[in-house]
Design a protein around this ligand. Structure first.
Ligand SMILES: [Mg+2]
Length: 251
């Protein structure tokens, strides 16, 4: 951080004692660049639904996970469970293929390390599967205190309970977190959880700045995660929950 920014951040820290204690990051498109073939994913779910006798054509504007829920909801319990299993395999295969080529955006590794050094809790909250995220992190480690993939929670973003799960594992309320992501559903989840929100729109991102308006307008819109270092106070709030979080990390 440049000296002038550091002065500004220090001043902000003094004037904003209720700043965030932790940052919850989305994974794909926020921390890590990877191209998951969501169209192929939806096609695979549609084809599978047809095999189960469900015409889900009219539902194909929904994200795949929500389409799976909708199709499963219209099947009897046994067939719903089998459908969910097969759909999970198909979706995970596409995620694993993308993970092989994934890598962090420039400066993200260092930015997370610096935020952690400053005392911020770091969470990763993602709709991706645990295997794919683990595969990427094994090759490109990113500092974090908690990781909540869709395999680790009952309810995924935009459901705020995904964020509640992460905040609980950090030992702090969700309102003490900043939610940072590249998709309007990250902002929606953050707002619903009572967290402050940051949208990140990298150059050439599939989802542009125009998507973050109205109910999806974040508190802050940035061109990269690294800009957060210049926008957050140089240390997290000094509330008891921040202290609890540090104690958890070190002890
Ligand atoms: Mg994303």
């Amino acid at each position: 951080m440049a000296p002038a920014d550091r002065v500004a951040a220090d001043s902000a820290a003094r004037s904003a004692p209720d700043g965030p204690c932790a940052v919850l990051f989305d994974f794909d498109g926020t921390l890590v660049h990877q191209t998951i073939d969501f169209a192929a994913m939806r096609s695979a779910v549609l084809a599978l639904a047809r095999r189960y006798g469900i015409d889900a054509e009219g539902w194909d504007r929904r994200p795949s996970l929500e389409m799976v829920d909708a199709v499963a909801g219209s099947l009897e319990a046994d067939r719903a469970a089998a459908f969910r299993r097969e759909a999970a395999e198909a979706i995970e295969a596409i995620e694993m293929a993308a993970a092989r080529f994934a890598q962090p955006y420039n400066g993200v590794t260092e930015a997370l390390a610096e935020l952690a050094e400053q005392g911020y809790g770091i969470g990763i909250v993602t709709r991706n599967c645990r295997r794919a995220v683990a595969d990427v992190l094994a090759r490109h480690p990113l500092v974090h205190d908690v990781l909540v993939t869709r395999d680790d929670t009952e309810h995924v973003k935009p459901d705020p309970r995904h964020l509640y799960d992460a905040a609980a594992r950090l030992g702090i309320p969700a309102e003490c977190c900043l939610m940072c992501g590249d998709h309007p559903m990250d902002v929606a989840a953050g707002k619903a959880a009572g967290a402050r929100t940051v949208a990140v729109v990298y150059d050439g991102a599939a989802i542009g700045r125009e998507a973050f308006v109205g109910q999806h307008a974040p508190d802050l819109l940035l061109a990269s995660v690294t800009e957060l270092l210049h926008r957050l106070p140089a240390r997290p709030c000094s509330s008891p929950c921040a202290a609890r979080q540090m104690a958890r990390r070190h002890g």
